[in-house]
Design a protein around this ligand. Structure first.
Ligand SMILES: [Fe+2]
Length: 341
């Protein structure tokens, strides 16, 4: 049953729970809360000298590369990373890959000079490549979050002359919903906070203000949005230099699904002294701010679908912050909030 569930969890969402229940923790000799205190607002993970200093200060013994499902915890049992290699079936991966068809042109236009996330140098010049962000409710960069409201991201706006983003969203309904459900197992409190945020965005913000076109658009997009994560990025044939995800919180996870036809990929996590086997169909949940991470260029076609949350969006609708996930608390949370619901 486990083998069946492991190979085909997208057919059996409970498979995620079975894998997680039977995954022994790997203890990393690090204190997550002390590392959190050592990080400053400018630690984007791209300054090699600063990162070398952090590695000297938080010098963890090397752990052999992780080839099988694993959960990495700190000395106190704080969950830092879940690695589930080859967990997604080929049919599930095909759904995600085919959903790219309506956004191929958008992806091509996204490659530009600028940050490493869209810089030409980090793409592999395959037939399809690019990096796009999607959200039913987020704050534009630099916008004063106390004086404005979140809005639908540009790629999903009705006024965008290219409506491929909406078609992509419709086709991603099932994959995004299954990946979202996985978070209920890996970080139940974060799942609950994300769910509450999506419900409040719809019920308390978008619907009551729907006589304004921006909120009517948000309500319409939220009716299609299948995930407790309020934002997603699609990265196609892009390598990922080492970095930290600065718009997240150390206690929260980014959920990454890597699919396609490629070889020899590793999800490198120098902060934890190891790397995770990252073949097609892999899922990683990681504290992307606390744990510096990266993926080297791969041979073949690779899509990474990243799901994440924004604290300023949760704050805008009054959702209480989710805290760390404790490995030892998970069974109780599963019994009370996941398995018993
Ligand atoms: Fe990241």
């Amino acid at each position: 049953m486990l083998a069946l569930a492991y190979k085909n969890p997208s057919e059996y969402p409970i498979g995620f729970a079975a894998i997680v229940l039977l995954t022994d923790p790997v203890v990393v000799d690090i204190d997550a809360k002390r590392l959190q205190e050592a990080l400053n607002a400018h630690d984007y993970g791209t300054n090699e000298r600063r990162e070398a200093d952090l590695l000297r200060r938080f010098d963890v013994p090397e752990i052999p590369p992780l080839l099988t499902p694993a959960v990495l915890v700190d000395k106190a049992g704080v969950v830092l990373l879940w690695s589930l290699p080859e967990v997604l079936s080929s049919r599930f991966q095909d759904l995600m890959w085919e959903a790219l068809n309506p956004i191929k042109a958008m992806l091509a236009r996204s490659v530009a000079d600028g940050t490493w996330r869209t810089a030409h140098d980090n793409f592999e010049w395959e037939d399809i490549q690019g990096c796009l962000n999607f959200s039913p409710a987020w704050f534009q960069q630099g916008r004063n979050t106390s004086a404005s409201c979140p809005e639908v991201s540009a790629m999903l706006k009705a006024r965008n002359p290219d409506q491929g983003g909406r078609s992509w969203l419709e086709q991603m309904m099932l994959p995004a919903a299954v990946l979202s459900a996985a978070m209920a197992v890996m970080h139940p409190n974060l799942y609950a906070a994300g769910r509450e945020a999506v419900v409040r965005l719809y019920q308390d913000l978008a619907v009551p203000c729907a006589d304004e076109s921006a909120f009517a658009e948000m309500a319409e997009t939220l009716r299609l949005w299948p995930s407790v994560f309020t934002a997603a990025s699609v990265m196609v044939n892009r390598s990922t230099p080492f970095h930290r995800d600065h718009n997240s919180r150390v206690q929260w996870y980014n959920l990454l699904a890597s699919v396609g036809l490629y070889h020899h990929a590793w999800f490198d996590v120098p902060t934890l002294g190891t790397a995770c086997h990252y073949p097609p169909g892999s899922v990683v949940a990681v504290s992307g701010l606390l744990v510096r991470h990266g993926v080297a260029p791969t041979e073949g076609d690779r899509l990474c679908f990243a799901s994440y949350m924004r604290d300023n969006v949760h704050q805008a609708v009054g959702v209480q912050r989710s805290d760390w996930a404790s490995y030892h608390a998970l069974p109780g949370l599963w019994a009370g909030k996941v398995l018993g619901c």
